[in-house]
Write a protein that binds this ligand. Sequence first.
Ligand code: SF4
Ligand code: SF4
Length: 338
Amino acid sequence: MKKVRFGRTELQVSKIALGGIPLQRLTKAEAIAVVHESLALGINFIDTANFYLDSEEKIGAAIRGIPRQELVLSTKSLGQTAADLTAHLNNSLKLLGVDYVDIFHLHSVSTPERLNNVFKENGTFEWLQEQVKAGKVRFPAFSSHRIDLALQLMETNRFDVVQLPFNYVDQEGEEAINLARQLDLGFICMKPLGGGRLTDAGSAFRFLMQYDNLVPNPGIETLEEIREIAAIVASNASLTLADETEIARVRAELGTQWCHKCDYCQPCLQGVQISGALTVECTFKRYNVEGARLLIDRPVESARACTECGDCLPRCPYQLNIPQLLKENIAFYDSIVT
Ligand code: SF4
Ligand code: SF4
């Protein structure tokens, strides 16, 4: 796969990165196989996070023995204090089995409180600069689900890399893509498949490849998925008429009130598995009833315990009316299952 210049970092990265989220759900052997297949396909860029459970440990096992300079490694911490951030970074280095990471993100700067914490005295950016000086991190980065806050951070021109959601149903980030180009920042595009909503990889990736400064980081669960996506990206094909029809159809179907499966609304004290319970309809569409029920029975049961307390509402970066959407999803489930 073709390598491209990743903004002013001057790193040479593959046109897509391997996203670490789904590696949590795989066995160690399966995760290692996915990483090895990605590397064999020419993907040299792996993006994960301290928050993604054992993904770093699995990646670390997969890359053991591979010369460090052949890989571009990126991770993140949700920490808001120097002590937490340091513990997370040291843990990432240990699990990945490396002395430094190329890119380290302040993870999910998606609330005004977190944004205020970045540049205050002894704030998260000061800590990040110290890690760069110490050689543990090469390039400071942040990720966010709030484009307005991301634009503010980008305008400071202190970060070399930004990571934001962008796909053909989630195009709010277009202004940030343009600003990244102007500032020559590396841009990691999270949720290239809309958090699992966009089931046709061809139209999704041909759409994204129109933007020459994006590097999408699809989360991969199977060897077939990574082979399919790598082939689409490597072919360099333009959007087809059939892609445009598919994109228009999906956009009309989804509207705006849909869950991006980011899980920032957690924890729910009632144990509601919110993201699982908010994807009932599309899960029934993607699988047969039996297959869908394997995935959503438990989340739907947990959703019946929602007390409508509203604690989760300020944590959802997409301002979804979670209790109302839970009720609608339960009703949809009941209309099919009972
Ligand atoms: S509104 Fe429902 S889902 Fe949200 S935190 Fe309260 S109980 Fe949990
Ligand atoms: S409800 Fe909101 S915060 Fe929770 S997973 Fe969905 S989009 Fe993310």
